[in-house]
Design a protein around this ligand. Structure first.
Ligand SMILES: CC(C)(COP(=O)(O)OP(=O)(O)OC[C@H]1O[C@@H](n2cnc3c(N)ncnc32)[C@H](O)[C@@H]1OP(=O)(O)O)[C@@H](O)C(=O)NCCC(=O)NCCS
Length: 209
């Protein structure tokens, strides 16, 4: 996947970084608390991913002329702005890290490589209605996985099951927007639209409003 920075609307942008290219970028924009978190990551790949995702948020914010507010994680693992304004979501996969920011609405983002494993794992994250239209195709399954992870990250709470609580409308492999909803929880019937961008064997998905 190419590195990219895109404005989705005046209120929202996303960025994808190659974690090896951004490895030596200055990180002086981080908050004191984030610098401490970074200092505590010993594993080299994890450090690169963590840095890559924060550089991606910085690029996305620069793109819509917003300052970097610093972020903290809640008990579920979801990141929030330190100043309480706006929403963020982060992802990493292989050589890439990504982030999306929206000034007013919750967001989710996910990056996945197309894998055969998504077909064998289907009963763990798909409803039988979804398996029916995915036709055992690894690309379609990876799309479904990524869209569900994106919706999961947008809502943010642990305990939501991809299989039981996130249901996707039927889609085809050429669809660029996939719709889904959360159901069967106290967060019931919340609807989401998720954009899909594919480059080679990588799938990027993010919520749109
Ligand atoms: C948390 C989860 C969404 C992370 O997704 P992933 O594809 O493994 O990893 P990604 O690199 O794309 O995302 C990692 C980022 O997710 C974010 N994240 C973690 N928990 C989160 C939550 N509850 N809500 C929103 N975002 C969360 C973090 O920002 C993390 O990045 P950071 O560590 O740099 O801060 C995933 O592990 C999960 O729990 N999925 C749902 C449960 C499930 O059943 N999955 C498997 C089905 S077979």
């Amino acid at each position: 996947m190419q590195t990219k920075i895109e404005k989705i609307s005046p209120l929202s942008a996303f960025a994808i970084n190659n974690i090896h290219e951004s490895e030596n970028s200055p990180m002086d924009f981080l908050s004191f608390r984030e610098k401490l978190s970074l200092a505590n990551i010993g594993h080299p790949q994890k450090r690169k991913e963590w840095k890559g995702a924060r550089l991606a948020i910085k690029s996305a914010l620069d793109h819509i002329q917003l300052p970097y507010p610093g972020f903290y994680k809640d008990a579920h693992g979801k990141s929030h702005t330190m100043d309480g304004y706006g929403y963020v979501s982060l992802t990493h996969h292989g050589d890439y890290s990504g982030a999306i920011f929206h000034k007013e609405m919750p967001v989710g983002i996910d990056l996945e490589k197309v894998r055969d494993k998504t077909v064998t794992l289907a009963p763990k994250y798909l409803d039988t209605k979804e398996m029916d239209f995915l036709n055992k195709d690894p690309y379609m399954h990876t799309m479904a996985w990524s869209v569900k992870e994106t919706i999961f990250k947008c809502q943010g709470r642990k305990g939501i099951s991809l299989r039981q609580n996130i249901l996707l409308q039927p889609f085809s492999c050429t669809d660029e927007v996939i719709k889904g909803k959360i159901h069967g929880t106290d967060f019931a019937d919340h609807h989401y639209a998720v954009k899909v961008i594919t480059e080679n064997d990588m799938i990027l998905t993010y919520t749109i409003w």
